[in-house]
Design a binder for this molecule. Sequence first.
Ligand code: GLC
Length: 751
Amino acid sequence: MVKYLIKGQKILLESCDVKGYIEIISEDIARVYIEKDSLIRNTGAICNTVIPSGDFKVNELNGGITISTSKMIIKVRDNFKIDFYDIDGNAICKDYEGNRTRKNRLSEIDKALLEQEGHSAAEEENYSFTVIKAMADAKAFYGLGDKMGYLNKKGYMYEMWNTDNPDPQLEHFKALYKSIPFMIALTESSCYGLYFDTSYHLYFDMGSESDEYYYIAAEEGNIDYYYIAGSNICDIIKEYTYLTGRINLPQLFTLGYHQSRWSYASKDEVREIAENMRKNRIPCDVIHFDIDYMDNYKVFTFDDKRFEKADEFISDLSKDGFKVVTIIDPGVKKEEGYFVYDEGIKNGYFAKNPDGTVYENEVWPGESVFPDFGNENVRKWWGDLHKQLVDKGVRGIWNDMNEPASFKGPLPEDIIFSNGDRQTNHKEMHNLYGHYMAEATYEGMKKHDKRRPFVITRACFAGSQRYTTAWTGDNHSLWVHLQMAVPQLLNLSMSGMPFVGTDIGGFGSDATPELMARWIQAGCFSPLFRNHSAMGTKYQEPWRFGKEVLDIYRKYVELRYTLIPYYYDLFHECEKTGIPVLRPLILHYGNDKVAVNLNDEFMVGESILVSPVVSQGQTKKLVYLPEGKWYDYFTKELIEGGQYIIKDSPLDTCPVFIKAGSLIPKYPVMQYIGEKQIDTLELEYYPGEKAEYVHYLDDGESFDYQEGKYNCYKFTCDGDNVKKEFVHKGYEKDYKDCIIKNTCTGVVKTL
Ligand code: GLC
């Protein structure tokens, strides 16, 4: 018998000594909270603007209760099992009823190794909770952040524990740098989302143990998850990003090409890179300074010989259209007299050992200490440290090593950190470390630079999209890593993180000319567009692979630059809805059986389909086109969808298709964003049904758009008739002309 009491949006529940509640967040989101201990923990993932609301009714039924909203029905059975139904009474997501068939997950050797690394080899019996859901007719699981492997996560097992493992990442890796405990389940007839708001080490077994169920287990904490109802994947992502937040519109320049390498060790070297970019006519907006720019890897310093007068140098670069992004790691060198260390020690801002002494481990600067980012004062202090970088002209910050990574074994679980005002341990804060570091960086940059902050992170948690973009960490120049990049970026995108990319060309190992050519073709479509490589590997700038690859490289970087307004429009949409820029086909073709498991294709928005070549030696690509009609972007050939085609793909060709009935805005090729004044907006019309397109324009860098200083145009075109309307007019600049060009007939119409 379930006892219940309604208190505001919460239905407090009690049955057989179990206590908890269901909270109606909205008509399609319900929070399930079941108490394991009385400690309330905050992960920082749920936006503080989320105010539970939405009508609901509660009825008693067979010893349990049912809670109904206009979008879902929740049944709490008398044994505290919880099932979710749609409003027609169809079961969507049910707690599993049968017995578990456990697998012994850890061999004795695995356990010993874990203990040696400082982790307790948590036995399943010691887990704080295991939520087991019936597999029923789930055919795919998506999301879960940056996990390796394929698009569809069904049948695999993952862990949420931010991990920096330098070995080449493969399909069997259970954890990487990011923990986003959010999954989307696609069933035969419906879909739903589950977000577990828990920062402790989590296990997501998506059916590797059994075909009958999947489970989510945690090493500590209360059961605290959000069920999201929706009729398609887009709905689920919208609701998930309503809960955990959406990105702020990025500055326009950040959508351009970024060049990076670990080992640009002096101004001369960076200058040479910049000159070569322009000489070779490879558009480029950003150069990244990896750890080499610092004095002995001390964060917030510049080496005063190799990077003497950094401000003048950065200003020189900016005259030629380059912006500088600097890396900032969390590890602070232990050195008396170094201001960051001294200030942090004086104020007690670093993580501590259980005996109260400051915890030390080794990272790039040698013996280092670690800021306690869960503490608001520490975040503010850290944020303010960025003023000196902003004053030197730095335009973005790259947060690395923030799992946190450490060279002398992982941080023990009992290291003391804060979570707000509460003192806690590494076990709780590990997965939140990168998230809070990114928040500190974002707020510091916002305060001191005033423009929309550009932050890149390696580690993060659910909700980090509010503060930062992300790259996928240390991949290698291996074909398998190019292959896995596609599903990895798509799942990150579906996990609320839209501004993502890989190290193009691969970080570790040496890229071959062919791999570089294929990676730039796929990579030029990733929202974060950066070539980065490791010290000691083959140099990977575009001109290092001979003329053929250089020309191919230029072709695709130029293609990206022409699509900048399309990308910016997608980011504008993403800020409003959470729908990502990169999308798996299943997002728009929810009933398509092929799209469920399509690993080597993706969409950019709703109009562009990319099917990159990701295998060595391949010059013909098997491309799947979903229903509808598609134009080959390069040949303009019209092709019927709903079938596989074989597309000739010599080394300079990446299969790209445009949906018939699309309008695509384009800019002319520029060497950097802002090089040319855009007076005329050109839109390409790909004939089909009547095309409609909303285009967004603002100053590209300030927060003024949030006060309405932007223009929104709606274009419609059915071939003969073209129309432009203002949806919003608030930005003083406007295009002189807009022209729509019919890509088949070549006819141009001016508006
Ligand atoms: C880490 C980063 C990598 C960076 C290197 C040196 O391995 O993931 O991108 O180049 O550290 O800072």
